[in-house]
Design a protein around this ligand. Structure first.
Ligand code: NDP
Length: 400
């Protein structure tokens, strides 16, 4: 029987685990835009719309796993050598973790887990695992492709509009009892007519382009693989052969590539200096794709008019992380891919992967990142070899 070690974020601090919800149901969706089916487990033991990503929610897995005789450990205590996570690693066969509250699986931690066979990401983006070490040790790395891509695209549009229209300071006027309209509008513009570009046009990037089209903006993209001509025509897209070429001409950049050695610190001082003065960046991909201090500097100097997103490095972000206090930002904690709607999809996807694993059935190719010592499935398309977890031990600072 296997030990399954699952790291989830804490239950709500206000009021504890919910006993009722704002809405009774969530819409039923059967296929993703490219035709991929939603997860197909034999069964689920939760009600879609429930909070599943926190420790009490347990991704709805306890009944199933314990019913099969497996040991199931759930904790939010993930950072540092004395964490519950490290205490349980030595005999864990499967580690489950969500990118929102990542259990960093560094080479050192993988070395402490001789029985580990699979790192399963309840979500998309497995950069919290040292993929090179996983390849070297023959571990499988699996994620739930598409489960929250559309959720993130919605967040991108929300944050772009929030920045450009100066929504957050205007909301704050109301909360603070004010009515200074000039304060609100002296940084407020229409997005209509602006040039908007995405770094990567994968599932999230393409969805964001489609959602943005009705705003009558000019759409641009950079991706290593070009989209079909029919899609370029439909969305009137301008393709660029480099990130540099695109950032020179757009007003807003949205970043939608995975974090891997090729994309780490892509937006550094040099890249930002090539952007037009007064540009905005929305980064919901991974914090480390941007150089933390270069972003803070560019906001302070005014070269960037705004920065938003939900991804940080490390996570949780230490109290003194400069993005908490830099000017003109619209950051949230890492939430875009863990709406209650998304949780239902990735919890069902995790259940599907576990059923396949324990029944010796193949896991869907589109869920694979690493298998048999090499990048595979979505990993072979979207990642590069190497490791992007360096510095993750800083996450332990959050506790202090
Ligand atoms: P996809 O795999 O569908 O798309 C990723 C795209 O990135 C691919 O089109 C790939 O292009 C492109 N890409 C890879 N490397 C580069 C590079 N060096 N330069 C430019 N493009 C590159 O994944 P999704 O769109 O679903 O997700 C993308 C990322 O978003 C995830 O990896 C994750 O980090 C993040 N994410 C964040 C969430 C959140 O809650 N904030 C939730 C879900 C995902 P190609 O291979 O064609 O070159």
């Amino acid at each position: 029987m296997a030990k399954v070690l699952c790291v989830l974020y804490d239950d709500p601090a206000n009021g504890g685990y919910p006993t009722s919800y704002a809405r009774d149901t969530i819409p039923t969706i059967s296929r993703y835009p490219d035709g991929q089916t939603l997860p197909t487990p034999h069964a689920i033991d939760f009600k879609p719309g429930q909070l599943l990503g926190s420790v009490t929610g347990e991704l709805g897995l306890r009944k199933y796993l314990e019913g099969q005789g497996h040991e199931f450990v759930v904790t939010s205590d993930k950072d540092g050598p004395n964490s519950e996570f490290e205490k349980h690693l030595h005999d864990a066969e499967i580690v489950i973790s969500q990118p929102f509250w990542p259990a960093y699986l560094t080479a050192e931690r993988i070395a402490k887990a001789p029985k580990l066979k699979m790192a399963l990401t309840a979500g998309i983006g497995s950069d919290h695992v040292d993929l090179q070490a996983a390849m070297d040790k023959g571990l499988s790395v699996v994620e739930i492709t598409y489960c929250n891509s559309n959720s993130v695209a919605e967040h991108i549009v929300m944050q772009m509009l929030s920045l450009v229209r100066n929504y957050i300071p205007s909301y704050k006027q109301v909360i603070d009892g004010g009515w200074n309209i000039a304060d609100c509008v002296s940084r407020s513009y229409d997005i209509e007519g602006m040039h908007v570009g995405t770094v990567a046009a994968g599932r999230i990037g393409l969805r964001a382009l489609r959602l943005l089209k009705p705003f009558d903006v000019h759409l641009h993209y950079f991706d290593r693989h070009r989209l079909p001509e029919s899609v370029e025509k439909e969305l009137n897209l301008t393709w660029h052969d480099s990130v540099e070429s695109m950032v020179k001409v757009v007003d807003i950049v949205t970043i939608n590539c995975p974090l891997h050695p090729e994309t780490e610190h892509l937006f550094n001082d040099e890249m930002i200096s090539k952007m037009k003065k007064g540009s905005y960046i929305v980064n919901t991909a991974r914090g480390k794709i941007c150089d933390r201090d270069a972003i803070a500097r560019a906001l302070k100097s005014g070269h960037l008019a705004g920065y938003a997103g939900d991804v940080w490095f490390p996570q949780p972000a230490p109290q003194d992380h400069p993005w908490r206090t830099m000017p003109n930002h619209g950051m949230t904690p890492h939430i875009s891919g863990t709406s209650l709607s998304a949780q239902a999809r990735y919890a069902a996807g995790v259940r599907e992967v576990l059923e396949c694993y324990f029944e010796n059935r193949p896991i869907r190719n589109e869920y694979l990142v690493v298998k048999d010592g090499a990048l595979a499935g979505v990993g072979a398309h979207s990642y590069s070899k190497g490791n992007a977890t360096k510095g993750s031990e800083e996450a332990a600072k959050f506790k202090k």
